[in-house]
Each structure stands twice: as C-alpha cells, then as structure tokens.
Design a protein around this ligand. Structure first.
Ligand code: DON
Length: 318
C-alpha cells in the first residue's frame, strides 16, 4: 500500500488510541463512581474504553469498546438536537445558553433565574428540553422517538434503555423532581411533571457502547451530516451551534477546565462517558466510570487530553 499523509495519520491515531487505553487500564487514580443513582454504584471502576471514528469512517478502538454503559447526561446532546428540530428557536424562550458555573443539579441557580434554566445540559435545562419533546403526547411515544433517533444515528437497532437504571433513578430522583416542579410553577414545563420526569429518567438510562456513541456523534464532527452516507441530520449552522454549547456547557462547572485541557466540544455523563467532537476530523467516545468532583469522568478527561495533544486536535491550536 502506498504511504500517504492519510495513512500516516491513521497509523498515528491507531497507536495513540492503543497506548492511551493501555496506560489508562493501569492507572490507580480512577475517581469515584456515582452513587446517588444506586444502580450506577455497582459499576466496576476498572473499566475503560476509547473509540475514535475519523472522517473516512476508520475506527480506532481500545479497551472495552463494545461494552454498553449508562450514557446519562450525554443523552442531552441528542435530546437538544431533536427538540431544536421540533421547536426551532422557540426552544430558547425556555432555556438559556450560558455556562452555569454551578453543579449540574443546582437548585439555587434556578430560583435566582425565575425558573429558566441556564443551559440545556444542566439537569433543569435538559428536563425543560424533554418537556418540549414530550409535547402533550404519551411518554412512551416521546421516549420511542428519542431511542429511535439514537438507533438511527448509530445505525444500530440493538440500543436499549436499561430499565434497572431508569427505575433506580426514578426511585431516588427527588432533586430532579424539585427542579421540575419549580419550573412547572413558572409554566416553563407544560406537561404533567411525572410524565416529563419519566421520559427524562429513561433517556438518561439509555445504554450504549463507546463504538455506538462515537458513531452517533459523527454528524456533529462533519457539518451536520454523516460523512459515510451523506445523510443530513441537522444544518451545518445547527451543528456548529450545538458544538458551541457542548464546549461552553458540556461539563458543567468543569467546562472551563475541559476546554483548557482538552480543547474540544464535549458532553459528559455521570455514567463516566464523554462524547467529544473534533470538527472536520473525528467523533470520539471515552468511558471510565470514576468521576471527579464536578461529576465528570476523571480518566476520560485525561485520556482525551492525551489524545488531542498527540493528534493536534484542540480547536484552539496545537
Ligand atoms: O439527572 C441526573 O442526575 C442524571 N440522570 C444525569 C446527570 C448527569 O449525567 C450529570 N453529568 N455528568
């Protein structure tokens, strides 16, 4: 095979992913697995996976790349995409788009801002987005639409909701219930609070592998369309804007640190996953269940920092 710039870049990517996954498997500092959703506390902190899908569709995978995990707040990227498709800019009357600088489940910020959540990725904002998707339908219909959207993006109909995780969160989600009821009192939520919360808890409980997640994120890395099929998901402008919100809000009060160290739009979940987007280059998914103080994957962030450095992928320069 002739040696081209593309084949050299691909070889560099393969060895970066292989070496980073090997290094992460051995690190003793793994963060703390989320325990406020009891089912998530059962996950082994020793797991790790990293998958990168480049613009040509080449997959570089390391670790437990096919193991499904709870995507949790990463689902908020896809619900935002769906809700923008349904409501367009009407969505921004209900949710802001500024970084919160506060924990993902902050109550005090919502009160200060009269029930309008700071952005669509904190819990309150994502619950408001879910309420828009619900749009007076039965929860089952809205949930089916969200799940089918993820199956379509990943080109994989085997993706399911982990019913045990959803039930675990439903039993213990008192803080989310407080946020939702508070927003309902301002008319920000329009559906019965139990319906909206039910859909929210279930979309957070969708289980996906890093390979499926990296596949689902490809449209964000490639101007709103899947480069393999040319199939358009959103306009280039909308993809750019979703990426902007991921960069500024995707890691809550850890968003500045993530931009500083990794330099890519990214969205974390308390299951320990992160979806990151290298515009024009690749879609990246990483999973390590132990979290840092802000509720973001500890080793996931470190792995992404190493990857972007080695590949020169930070959007702020090498
Ligand atoms: O609502 C919750 O608390 C969870 N279903 C999602 C939180 C989450 O993933 C925060 N991200 N790091």
């Amino acid at each position: 095979m002739p040696v081209t710039a593309a084949s050299l870049e691909r070889a560099a990517l393969d060895s970066a992913v292989r070496e980073i996954a090997a290094e992460m498997a051995d690190r003793p500092d793994r963060g703390t697995v989320a325990s406020y959703i009891p089912e998530l506390a059962e996950v082994d902190p020793g797991r790790f996976a990293l998958v990168v899908i480049d613009a040509d569709g080449h997959v570089a995978a390391g670790g437990d790349s096919e193991a499904p995990f709870s995507i949790q707040s990463i689902s908020k990227v896809f619900t935002l995409t769906l809700a923008l498709g349904m409501a367009g800019d009407r969505l921004w009357a209900k949710v802001g788009r500024e970084p919160s600088g506060s924990p993902f489940n902050s109550i005090v910020q919502l009160e200060n801002e009269k029930g309008i959540p700071r952005n669509p990725f904190i819990n309150a904002g994502a619950i408001a987005v879910t309420d828009l998707i619900l749009a007076r339908r039965q929860p089952r219909e809205a949930l089916g639409e969200i799940l089918r959207f993820l199956q379509f993006l990943s080109d994989d109909t085997s993706i399911v909701i982990d019913a045990a995780v959803a039930a675990s969160e439903q039993r213990t989600g008192f803080r989310n219930a407080a946020l939702a009821n508070y927003m309902r009192s301002f008319g920000v939520l329009e559906n019965p609070v139990d319906f909206t919360l039910g859909v929210y808890f279930h979309h957070c409980a969708i289980a996906m592998s890093c390979r499926q997640l990296a596949q689902a994120g490809r449209f964000l890395a490639h101007l709103g369309a899947n480069p393999a099929t040319g199939m358009r998901v959103v306009s280039p402008e909308r993809a750019r804007r979703i990426n902007a919100i991921m960069l500024t809000c995707g890691h809550y009060d850890g968003s500045g640190e993530f931009a500083y160290r990794v330099g890519l739009p990214g969205k974390s979940g308390v299951g320990g996953g992160i979806l990151a987007v290298a515009p024009g280059k690749a879609s990246v998914a990483v999973w390590s269940p132990g979290l840092d103080a802000a509720g973001n994957s500890h080793l996931g962030r470190i792995a992404l920092e190493k990857l972007t450095r080695r590949m020169g992928w930070s959007i702020f320069g090498t």
